[in-house]
Each structure stands twice: as structure tokens, then as C-alpha cells.
Write a protein that binds this ligand. Structure first.
Ligand code: ADP
Ligand code: MG
Length: 776
């Protein structure tokens, strides 16, 4: 018999040192063991956050805990090469903790020696389960430390002795044994959480118990979740039918499982209570039956070091107007001898016809490339300074910028190349000087109305599309290609490493910006994912995001099954669902989606996945249907009345009509107008597609095709409550210039154009995600 048997102490793994643990309440209240307290056995009781001490005042709201919580102090040893230093808490301690949140766990007791198991199990109802615990025992079954189906306390003691013999033989230290009642069989579900370095706690539910990792049938959400999130997570599982009763088995108690999800990831739940004190947590499995949900295993991995992450103070609400319309610009780094980035930017501003005060900073020169010089940023009297000097010199330059509201550091050579210290120094310099910093490692700002540019040439026409990009190069491409296609931007900010000004803050700015109606994002690693998540949930304007590097990331070292299954791609998916943020996967789709969102920004269409597709017959219609299906769109049936369709039309959706050089140019308009008039619920979206090639089979005249495009434009002008989208298939077959002319005609009527049904379907699907949000 070991120490601590009569105490109320939580038997942490190094029990001898656990005197300091004080449980102020709940010591008697329904702990893990449900009051099973055979004399002479240390029984887990009370609810104490197990594992590492909870710091930063993040005390679990339920059970009050005074004083530091003893940490088991056992470094996880298996998979140790892949896992950063962490501490694991013993299973019964974790179970006891979670039972304080209303999660059902089996009745059980712990002992230090195998011989005591029989006595400890006296009050338990067989069949019984015995498990060993101790440092290094993270995946117990794999180590042979779990025995199920034991018919009596004596049998349980024998099993414990066998486990001990086997583990001692393989050099694994055992600290004690947990004997507990065996829960009846049911559907095994994993409920877990991990701390994402950028987005914070993420909740996972998966089907399949031990098979979850193989089946990968999981659903994720960022914490805290709502009850609605919990229910949606369950219905997202491919195997959700298993919960509803399959092949004659009864349905499990879904509400009980929803309660477990909320108890772990909901407001005031386990995850929130642990605060910074966990890296991975899982209940694996939770056994679900018609009678309820029981967590038969619980695992908690805490950080070895729980010093709370320094939370940078949220910057004061910033007025970014001067960033996008500076009254003066200073360029630091231009050379009198060897043209460099600084000189290039001077050229950009001049080519763009910048009307404000433009100066170059140079210690001796009077002028560079015709631009007057000032000796230092001090007294430069500008709103914006662009710094293009070697990385080591940037902090000094920024220190001289006092009084200038915005400084952009173009130079690379900071965190992205491993020089995190230099970046910290740069940020500190910006704080000292009281300036807001863009970058480092970024290209700058573009704003046709405000004179800002970083792309060369004349700026495009001012528009209403804003873009925040963590890649300067990509932003430049989106602007140039987008403007070529007819898009018009209000403001574009490249944020590079986002040391200070980041995507979240700019998103909040654009959300309130009168010049902007739609917002695009290109992200790789938002520095503060949480703030971005919050900003995304708050913005009501249409937003679409392209996230780079989703597949490359996510292979972080993990000691739990949950940890191994939460990759970055899945976290972004979850964020997309929770924030109603449509995610696209290619640059062209980002441009295409922004175009549609912008052109149709003013239209309030019915919220429904339905689309009417109309165009010439053949395989194209069949393939169009497949493309829409892949994009998650629905080809709702045509109204069941006489639509007066023309000769050669095939009713259905896709609706096939004769479109070609000899067709009537206003045929699409007539048919769609009739359909929308007769429909109970008009289609929110119409995709008209045309085979450009067919118009040039017998001649070179573009007139019939241009007339067709005008017809589609007329249709849009008439149907103000419908989003019309035009697909110019095989547009490259048209004589030079015709495609551009078609785009101009369509755009003038507010119709976006695409080269493929796939591209159009992607853009329409993005708009529908935002429609959903409007309803929510
Ligand atoms: P591991 O560390 O290997 O995950 P577990 O505690 O999860 O160990 O036990 C392994 C398996 O044994 C579980 O997946 C579950 O199927 C079963 N099991 C464990 N404890 C119980 C219990 N109290 N009642 C019913 N089944 C149990
Ligand atoms: Mg388990």
C-alpha cells in the first residue's frame, strides 16, 4: 500500500510531492470514481486541472483551484524524437477533471500496486478493465497496458500483475493501476482538441475509435464552438449514419455526444479552462450508446513550459486613410550611382503621376532621378516612408521616422530567412518611434485614387475591390491581370511578414471603408489567426480568400491521435465554415470570384444553391452539370409549365437552346425571362454558356457573337434580382480582340465573364457562401 491513501489529494504521478495540491471544493462531489472509495485505496476525487499549472489567471471556472497544480512532470517518451518536450497527466487525473464538466466516465479506482487492485475493485461491478499508468505510457494498448473483460476483482488483480510483469520486462516504469467498470459496447468516437499555433484551440470529432486515424472521418471547428457547430460536426462525418442506427442497431444518444463536444470545446469547457495549459487533449474513445456517451479514455498533453505567450497589446484602432492616400511619400535607399529598388519606386510614383510631395532620402545628393532629396527621414514631412536599405540598417532608419504615420519596409532578410531577432528589433524601433510598420519583406500599397503604387505604369481606374496579400508578387499579378480583365481596385495592401500591421487589422479597416465593397485575401501565415478569425466573423461585406501552403503545412509533431489528424488545411476548412469564408484554391479563381462579387455586389438574390444553366446542346451541357455538382451547386428543376420554348430547345437544367451564328441573339433573354417569371422560386444565378468557336466556323465576322453578348447584357439589365454569368467557351478561337470586346459588353451590363464553366461555377459558389451568411 502506498502513501496518500486516506488523503483527498489528487494522486499525481509523483504523488510523494503532491502535498501542495489543495482542492477547495468538489472533493466529495462525483469525481471520476463516482464515490467508489474502498478503504486504503487512493481514490481520484475532486476536480483539478491535471498536468501543467494553469497560468495567467486562467483558472478553470467550475472547480476553483487554489495554489499551483502539481504537474506530473513526466515527459512523453514515445514518439519522442518527433515531439517537443511535453508533459502528460495520468489518465485517471484527466478523467476526474473532465467529469467536473459533466462528462460521464466509468466508475473506477487507482492503486499503486497490482496486489491492491482486488481490494480497490471491491465496489465496482464487473466486467472490469485494468490499465497501468506511468511516465511513457501514452498509448497504453500498444504497450500492453490495457486488459478488458475481467470477470471479478481477483481476476482484475491478476491482470494487473501480468501487465506489470510484461511492462517491467520491456523496461517501462509503472506508477499505478486504474481499475474501472467496463462500459457496454457502442459506437466509438474520438473527441479531441489541439492548440494551433496561430488559431488557438481546435476541436475534433471523429468516428471509428481506434480506426479513426485510418479512416480520417473527422470534423473540425475552432473553439469555442456553439451547439449548432457541434451538431453540424456530427452530420459532416461520412459515417454519420452509424450514429443513427445502422442495420438494425439502435440510434445512439446524439444529444449526449453533443453535450460532450460542448463540455470539451464549448464556452467554459475543458479547453477554455485549461487555457495555455494544454497542447493536445483527447477522449478516445467516447463510447456512444442509446443510453448516453461515456469517455473511457482521457489524455492530456501539456506544454513543458507554460509561461503564457506574450499577448501583444492590440493596437489602437488605426485610421489607415493616410496609408492609402499619403500627402507625401519619402523613399529611403535610392542610389545616385547604381539604380536599385529605391530608384525603381521613385520611377513608379513618377510614372503614376503621384501628385503629392515626393522626396528621396539621401545624405548628400540634392536630387535623384529628378526627385528632390532630404538628408534624413527626420523632417521629411510625409505621411508614408518606403524603406529599401539592407535589413541590418532598417531599424535605424525606422527610428528616424518619428512623426511619419506609416513606414513600409520593403527589404527582406528578417523572420522569413531566420532573422527573427532583427525583425523584433525592427518592430521595437517602430513602436519607439510611434509609427505603424508594413512588412518587412513586402511590396507596398496600391491605391489608384490615392496615388499609391508598387507595380509600375499608369494606375488602373479606381474601383471597389480591396486586396490584402502576404505576397507582394502575387498581389501585383492579381492587379495587373485583374485590371486587364476589367476589374477595378480600391486599395491593395501587401503585408509581407506582418510584423506590425497584419491582415486582421486591415480587414477591419476595409470592412468599414466607404470606397470598398468586396475584399480579397491572399494568406500564407496570418500572424494572429485568432484576430483574423474574429475580424472575418464580423465583416459583412463579401470576402474571399486564397490560402497558400495549405498542403505543405500541418505536419507538426504530435503525440496524440488528434494532434496527428489536425492539419492546417483542415483548420482553414473549419474556419471557412465557421466564418462563412469562401476559400478558393487558385489565383485565377481569386480574380474570378472578386469580379463576380464586385459586379453583383448590389443584388439581393434568394438564398439557395440553385443555378440555371443555359446554352447550346451536346456534351457541353452534360459536362456543365458535372462541374456545377463538383462546386456544390444545384441544378434545380425547371418550372413544370409550358415555357413556350423555341424549336430546337431541350427543356431541362441545363437548358439546351440553339445558340450559334444563325441563332436569334435575344433567345437566351426570352427563355430565361420566361423561366424566372414562371418559377415559384426564381433562380438566384443564371450561367449562360456559349461555344465561341462555333461562331467562326463559316466566317470571320464577330457580329453575331457580339450581338449574343449584348442579348445577355439586356437580360441582366432586365432581371435585376438575378446574377447572370457568361461563359465564353473556347474564347481563344476568336479573332484577336474579340474576347476583350465581349468582356467589355458584358461588364457594361454588370455580367462577369469566364472562359470555362468550372471557373464560373467556382465564382458562383463563392457568392453563395456569402449569401448563406446573409441569412445567418
Ligand atoms: P489507449 O491508451 O491504448 O488508447 P484506452 O484506455 O483507450 O487505451 O483503452 C484501449 C481500448 O480499450 C479503448 O479504445 C476501448 O475500446 C477499450 N476500453 C478501455 N477502457 C474501457 C472501459 N472502461 N470500458 C469499455 N472499453 C474500454
Ligand atoms: Mg484510448
Amino acid at each position: 500500500m502506498t502513501d496518500g491513501m486516506e488523503s483527498k489529494e489528487v494522486p499525481v504521478t509523483d504523488g510523494a510531492e503532491s502535498e501542495g495540491v489543495t482542492v477547495t471544493n468538489g472533493a466529495e462531489s462525483g469525481g471520476v470514481t463516482g464515490g467508489v472509495e474502498p478503504p486504503g485505496t487512493a481514490v481520484t476525487s475532486g476536480v483539478e486541472p491535471p498536468g501543467p499549472a494553469v497560468t495567467g489567471g486562467a483558472e478553470p471556472p467550475g472547480p476553483a483551484v487554489t495554489g499551483g497544480v502539481e504537474r506530473p512532470g513526466t515527459a512523453v517518451t514515445d514518439r519522442a524524437d518527433a515531439v517537443p518536450a511535453r508533459v502528460a497527466a495520468a489518465e485517471h487525473v484527466v478523467k476526474e477533471f473532465v467529469s467536473g464538466f459533466g462528462i460521464a466516465v466509468p466508475r473506477g479506482a487507482t492503486t499503486r500496486s497490482a496486489e491492491d487492485v482486488a481490494v480497490a475493485a471491491g465496489g465496482l461491478t464487473p466486467p472490469l478493465v485494468v490499465k497501468a499508468y506511468g511516465p511513457g505510457l501514452v498509448h497504453k494498448s500498444e504497450a500492453g497496458a490495457v486488459r478488458l473483460g475481467l470477470g471479478s476483482p481477483v481476476e482484475a488483480a491478476r491482470a494487473a500483475a501480468e501487465i506489470r510483469a510484461a511492462l517491467v520486462g520491456s523496461g517501462v516504469a509503472v506508477e499505478g493501476y486504474l481499475v474501472e467498470e467496463q462500459a457496454p459496447p457502442g459506437v466509438e468516437v474520438i473527441v479531441g482538441a489541439v492548440r494551433d499555433p496561430s488559431f488557438g484551440p481546435v476541436l475534433l470529432v471523429g468516428l471509428g475509435g481506434v480506426w479513426t486515424e485510418v479512416l480520417r472521418d473527422t470534423a473540425l471547428r475552432l473553439c469555442p464552438i456553439t451547439e449548432d457547430d457541434a451538431r453540424r460536426m456530427l452530420s459532416e462525418l461520412r459515417g454519420a449514419a452509424l450514429l443513427d442506427g445502422f442495420r438494425g442497431s439502435p440510434a445512439v444518444d446524439r444529444d449526449a455526444l453533443v453535450k460532450v463536444l460542448l463540455a470539451v470545446g464549448g464556452p467554459g469547457g475543458v479547453v477554455e479552462s485549461l487555457g495555455e495549459g494544454f497542447t493536445e487533449f483527447e477522449l478516445n474513445p467516447v463510447i456512444c450508446t442509446p443510453e448516453g456517451a461515456v469517455a473511457v479514455d482521457a489524455r492530456l498533453l501539456g506544454p513543458a513550459d507554460v509561461t503564457p505567450r506574450e499577448r501583444a497589446e492590440a493596437p489602437a484602432p488605426q485610421d489607415f486613410d493616410r496609408l492609402f492616400a499619403p500627402r507625401g511619400v519619402a523613399v529611403v535607399g535610392a542610389s545616385t550611382k547604381r539604380p536599385n529598388f529605391g530608384n525603381m519606386f521613385l520611377g513608379f510614383y513618377r510614372a503614376a503621376g503621384y501628385a503629392g510631395r515626393l522626396v528621396a532620402v539621401h545624405p548628400t545628393a540634392d536630387a535623384i532621378d529628378g526627385v528632390p532629396c532630404v538628408p534624413s527621414l527626420e523632417g521629411a514631412d510625409v505621411d508614408y516612408a518606403l524603406v529599401a536599405v539592407p535589413a541590418e540598417r532598417c531599424p535605424d532608419v525606422v527610428r528616424e521616422a518619428r512623426g511619419i504615420p506609416f513606414v513600409q519596409v520593403m527589404s527582406g532578410g528578417f523572420r522569413e530567412t531566420g532573422a527573427a531577432r532583427l525583425e523584433d528589433e525592427l518592430l521595437a524601433a517602430a513602436h519607439d518611434a510611434g509609427v505603424r510598420l508594413l512588412g518587412p519583406n513586402c511590396m507596398g500599397v496600391y491605391s489608384p485614387a490615392g496615388g499609391q503604387t508598387f507595380i509600375g505604369g499608369r494606375p488602373g481606374r479606381p474601383g471597389r475591390i480591396a486586396l490584402i496579400s502576404q505576397s507582394g508578387g502575387l498581389a501585383g499579378e492579381v492587379i495587373k491581370v485583374g485590371e486587364h480583365r476589367g476589374l477595378a481596385f480600391s486599395k491593395v495592401a501587401t503585408v509581407g511578414n506582418s510584423a506590425d500591421v497584419g491582415p486582421a487589422e486591415l480587414l477591419r479597416h476595409f470592412a468599414a471603408d466607404d470606397d470598398t465593397s468586396v475584399i480579397g485575401l491572399y494568406l500564407e501565415d496570418p500572424r494572429d489567426g485568432r484576430a483574423l478569425f474574429d475580424a472575418l466573423r464580423a465583416v459583412s461585406k463579401p470576402v474571399v480568400a486564397l490560402v497558400g501552403g495549405r498542403s505543405a503545412q500541418g505536419r507538426r509533431a504530435a503525440a496524440s491521435h488528434t494532434g496527428a489528424m489536425v492539419g492546417d488545411a483542415r483548420v482553414w476548412e473549419a474556419l471557412g465554415k465557421q466564418a462563412g469564408l469562401p476559400l478558393v484554391t487558385a489565383q485565377d479563381d481569386l480574380i474570378g470570384a472578386l469580379d463576380l462579387l464586385d459586379l453583383h455586389a448590389g443584388r439581393q438574390v434568394p438564398v439557395s444553391p440553385d443555378v440555371l444553366v443555359i446554352g447550346p446542346s451536346g456534351g457541353a451541357s452534360v459536362l456543365a452539370a458535372d462541374a456545377l455538382d463538383r462546386a456544390g451547386l444545384r441544378l434545380g428543376p425547371l418550372p413544370d409549365v409550358d415555357l413556350g420554348l423555341p424549336v430546337g430547345a431541350v427543356p431541362g437544367n441545363p437548358l439546351e437552346i440553339p445558340v450559334g451564328p444563325r441563332g436569334k441573339p435575344d433567345l437566351v433573354g426570352q427563355v430565361v425571362t420566361a423561366v424566372q417569371r414562371e418559377a415559384d422560386r426564381p433562380y438566384p444565378d443564371v450561367i449562360a454558356h456559349v461555344n465561341v468557336q462555333s461562331f467562326f466556323t463559316f466566317g470571320d465576322s464577330a457580329d453575331p457573337l457580339l450581338a449574343y453578348a449584348r442579348g445577355v447584357g439586356e437580360l441582366q439589365r432586365e432581371l435585376t434580382g438575378t446574377r447572370v454569368t457568361l461563359v465564353l467557351r473556347n474564347a481563344e478561337y476568336a479573332p484577336p480582340g474579340v474576347e476583350d470586346e465581349l468582356r467589355v459588353i458584358a461588364r457594361a451590363a454588370g455580367v462577369p465573364t469566364y472562359r470555362s464553366v468550372e471557373a464560373a461555377a467556382t465564382a458562383v459558389a463563392v457568392a453563395k457562401v456569402r449569401d448563406q451568411r446573409r441569412r445567418a
